[in-house]
Design a protein around this ligand. Structure first.
Ligand code: NAD
Length: 272
């Protein structure tokens, strides 16, 4: 057996993922939430990043912390705004290696028969059509760079379904279909396409869901939270950094030959 020195067993302070330094990576909805965590991880790995978001103030704040980042105000469901985002990337960097299609909204909550058609359309427009609009602009640029990767943000709702959140769930099932079809289409161009499916992510959004459900059912916040955790093998919620690490791995050269995959980052959640 080979002798190992103590130094060999020391964990590196920051894990360097191969091939990320110098990569140009576009991240939608990168100014806050999971998108911002993703942007921070790529920035820390030495990638050059371009983010878009609809929140101008959050974009200003991100510009401060992510030095050298291109931050553009754009709604992913608006094809002209998406065009402007990718034109700005071309102008700033002259190249694109990867796209993280992260933007998505929770969409309306309620019985399907009570949903207004415009609420259904808005959810599909942002969660699914937005990924198409960004991919169609990113792909020619990534092809011109000789290949690269796309990661599309899906959700555990795109695997298990999500009662009273049918438009969101349907959009996220669609994201998985988009991913699998694009992976077949783009493999010969040396472009890998994968989906990431976060489960129950901790943060203000989930906190509000727990609080609302607790007060609607007359149980305590802690009891409602425990109810959620019971369905998760790891007994903890996902953090935005858990998701960001998986996205970075998939885009890096460590992602190797992975394509067409749906990676659940959910602590093995059984149901939503
Ligand atoms: P969030 O609600 O925290 O929003 C993050 C950012 O998205 C904000 O800065 C917001 O301004 C921006 N944004 C909203 N609509 C936009 C649009 N049309 N165009 C551009 N930017 C827009 O979102 P999040 O919780 O960080 O979720 C990010 C992704 O992860 C989404 O696709 C979401 O569906 C998915 N996801 C989230 C969870 C969760 O529990 N948070 C779970 C599973 C999947």
């Amino acid at each position: 057996m080979t002798e190992r020195s103590t130094d060999d067993r020391k964990a590196p302070e920051a894990m360097r993922l191969p091939g990320l330094a110098g990569k140009i990576v576009a991240i939608t909805a990168g100014a806050s939430g999971i998108g911002y965590s993703i942007a921070r991880v790529f920035h820390g790995q030495g990638a050059k990043i371009a983010i878009c978001d609809v929140d101008a103030r959050a974009l200003d704040a991100a510009r401060e912390t992510l030095t050298g980042c291109l931050a553009v105000k754009a709604d992913v469901s608006d094809d002209l705004a998406v065009d402007a985002f990718f034109n700005a990337i071309n102008q700033a960097f002259g190249r694109l290696d990867a796209l993280v299609n992260n933007a998505g909204i929770a969409g309306p909550t309620g019985n399907l028969e009570d949903l207004a058609p415009e609420d259904w359309r808005r959810c599909i427009d942002i969660c699914l059509t937005g990924q198409f609009l960004c991919a169609r602009r990113a792909i020619p640029m990534i092809k011109a760079a000789g290949g690269g990767a796309l990661v599309n943000m899906a959700s555990a709702a795109g695997k298990h379904g999500y009662a009273y959140r049918t438009p969101y769930s349907a959009a996220k099932f669609g994201v998985i279909g988009l991913t699998q079809s694009l992976a077949k289409e783009l493999g010969p161009d040396n472009i890998r396409v994968n989906a990431v499916l976060p489960g129950i992510v901790e943060g203000p959004r989930m906190d509000k869901v727990i609080r609302d459900r607790a007060s609607a059912t007359g149980v305590s916040y802690d009891a409602m939270k425990d109810d959620y955790l019971k369905n998760i093998s790891m007994r903890r919620m996902v953090t935005p950094d858990d998701v960001a690490a998986t996205v970075a791995f998939l885009i890096s050269d460590a992602g190797g030959n992975l394509s067409g995959q749906s990676l659940a980052v959910d602590g093995n959640v059984e149901t939503l």
